[in-house]
Write a protein that binds this ligand. Sequence first.
Ligand code: IPM
Ligand code: MG
Length: 358
Amino acid sequence: MTHKIAVLPGDGVGTEIVAEAEKLLGALADRFGLDVEIERGEIGGAAVDATGSPLPEATLALSRGADAVLLGAVGGPKWDNEARERRPETGLLGIRRELALFANLRPAILYPELAGASSLRPELVAGLDIMIVRELTGGIYFGEPRGIETLDSGERRGYNTLEYRESEVERIARRAFEIAARRQGRVCSVDKANVLEVSQLWRETVERVHSEYSGIELSHMYVDNAAMQLVRDPRQFDVVVTGNMFGDILSDCAAMLTGSIGMLPSASLDENGKGLYEPVHGSAPDIAGQGIVNPLATLLSVAMMLRYTLDEAGMADRVEQAVASVIAAGTRTADIAGGGAAVSTAAMGDAVVAALDA
Ligand code: IPM
Ligand code: MG
């Protein structure tokens, strides 16, 4: 069966990292018979420049027709002063929403050889392996009403709405429990139920769904405490499930614990296993075009694509092992070199491809 993959390079370092992903997919096709058909599309600032929209209809159609979407990154200073409907981020939020990619999986894994790059002491992060499951198409990011209005007094008032329906909480909770079943079997649900009604409903709903998953241990934590625990003793977490904005914040925090945001992949999945895969790091305009960006987060995103959408767990393992062996062998891009010798983006991609057979 041919898997259709829409590749959306986007902005900044996006082009450079998706080129390495295409190289990897090509190698998997040649050597292990992966059957993929790749088509490229525009998103983000690049799409604004080309079409006036950060998410053109053609890109949406391409992505809807694909089995999986691989995204580079969006955004950059060039578009920072655009109106919201022309901002690159609006394209990203739009594709998440339009494809109903409600489950965002953000692993934070520490590679032993990179423990020194963590902002925490090595003994606190050794063996760190957290999976953040972030609700991605609801909550305050999309709630209505929203806007900025001018009051009679002439003062302006900005407002957004934090809302969750039971059905939205149920499906993300199910995803978290299912993922935990294949890991250590522990889920921590993060909310602000001591203050917010929406969090109270979130907590009640997660508990109700939990009654169907007897083998999984469930705990709850307020978001402020969760932020503190992540930097105090991060290894207490296995799977963390939370809403859109809390997940945005906590996943950056967890990423930093690994010391190498350039290494972290992500998956955003719909109800049927279709997914959008992207590195957690952004478009890094400061280093774009120099051939020095770390492609490993994107290559690991390909591994997640193989696992969660293409049903090729064996190839996913192979890619993850290849990355681990390249790291163990001391190959480093500048972001993880700690000032030592660094290789280029393309050389890192080549090293992973070469390690696939090992
Ligand atoms: C992320 C990013 C996005 C978000 C931005 C770019 C809209 O921070 O994927 O975490 O807030 O979701
Ligand atoms: Mg974020």
